[in-house]
Design a binder for this molecule. Structure first.
Ligand SMILES: [Zn+2]
Length: 353
């Protein structure tokens, strides 16, 4: 099914050849910080014994988006004895931003706008260059794990470019409640994947700075499902038929009609019709209340948690879909899959291979 057999070729990272069947961690130096500390890209490589695709799973491209770090940690604990192809895992891509608990690099740049990067540029540009020329070059497929920004949680969702049918199939296999066709931003990691004709999907779930069990569990299972679709792991026998993700082909924000305090009235994942109440903006100095209503029908895929808002601030992020009723089923199914651990920490020992 997959013509690209990524691991037919030798794999050399940072001058080290990694052979089939080997499991290695490689450190690639990027540059020094103000403290003289070396910034390194820590890359884990698991090479299967059999040929197959070479999948790159990355997390913390934005340094404060840490759900994906925990997803990669859990992937690292799997034995993967029956792996076909290679799995390349980078738990923390943007180390300087991760140290600063920040989305951005210390020079306030967004790593996800600096691709393909350059050898003589800023720290972020050098990091982007290594990812492009030394990692991506070896890979056939990618999954990049993100969250919403701080105080802007996202419903678990997968984004992909509609120009890449294979990315659409990966998004479907990943099995998040919602999949969103989204255009590619110039300078993003996905942009260089697209330019090289390689499919990459983006997972978004939860918010920055917080380990959110539901999103972590969903993404962990999503990576394994995608690997099964790619033929990297055997298909599960007798697995129950999974609900298809609901496709959203456009998204929009409902914004604050005026400044004030926002009182939300609908949850992530809620399906709303045009005119439904999403919340209220109230005047902090008086009694005035202004309703915020959905201008179109859709599903709530993200929302702002900050209560103090200026006129025009994004309050509720919605996706347009022709199958709104299926979203609720998918969410129910996702919750069941979570084994009712929604408000618990994510235990490392809760694994499957
Ligand atoms: Zn992000």
């Amino acid at each position: 099914m997959h013509e690209e057999t990524g691991n037919d070729k030798p794999l050399v990272l940072a001058g080290q050849e990694i052979k089939r069947g080997q499991w290695r961690a490689v450190k690639i130096p990027i540059g020094h910080m103000v403290t003289h500390q070396q910034v390194e890209l820590i890359v884990h490589v698991r090479r299967g014994r059999k040929p197959g695709p070479r999948l790159l799973v990355t997390a913390a491209v934005h340094g404060d988006e840490i759900n994906g770090v925990q997803v990669v940690r859990r992937l690292l604990k799997l034995s993967l004895k029956r792996l076909s192809g290679d799995l390349i895992l980078i738990p923390v891509v943007n180390l300087p931003a991760f140290l600063g608990r920040s989305r951005y690099l210390p020079d306030r740049r967004d790593l996800n706008r600096l691709f393909p990067g350059s050898e003589s540029g800023s720290m972020g540009a050098r990091l982007a260059r290594v990812l492009t020329d030394e990692i991506l070059i070896h890979c056939t497929h990618g999954i990049d794990l993100h969250t919403g920004a701080a105080n802007r949680p996202n419903l678990p969702q997968v984004r992909y470019s509609p120009d890449f049918p294979e990315a659409g199939k990966m998004a479907k296999a990943f099995g998040a409640p919602v999949m969103i066709e989204s255009s590619v931003r110039e300078g993003s990691f996905r942009d260089v994947f697209c330019q090289r004709g390689k499919p990459q999907i983006i997972f978004e779930g939860g918010e920055a700075g917080i380990l959110e069990p539901a999103s972590i569990q969903l993404a962990f299972k999503g990576v394994l499902s995608t690997m099964r679709y790619l033929g990297m792991l055997p298909r599960l026998k007798n697995s129950p038929e999974k609900a298809l993700p609901v496709l959203c082909n456009s998204t929009w924000w409902e914004r604050a009609p005026k400044g004030g305090l926002f009182l939300p009235g609908a949850h992530l994942g809620s399906v709303v019709s045009r005119g439904d109440l999403l919340g209220e903006v109230v005047d902090p100095f008086g009694k005035e209340t202004t309703p915020v209503r959905a201008s179109r029908s859709g599903v709530i895929i993200g929302r702002a948690k900050n209560a103090v808002v200026d006129e025009g601030d994004g309050l509720v992020h919605l996706g347009r879909t022709s199958h709104p009723h299926r979203v609720m089923n998918n969410l129910r199914e996702a919750e069941e899959a979570l084994d009712h651990r929604l408000d618990h920490p994510v235990f490392d020992d809760y694994l499957e291979d």
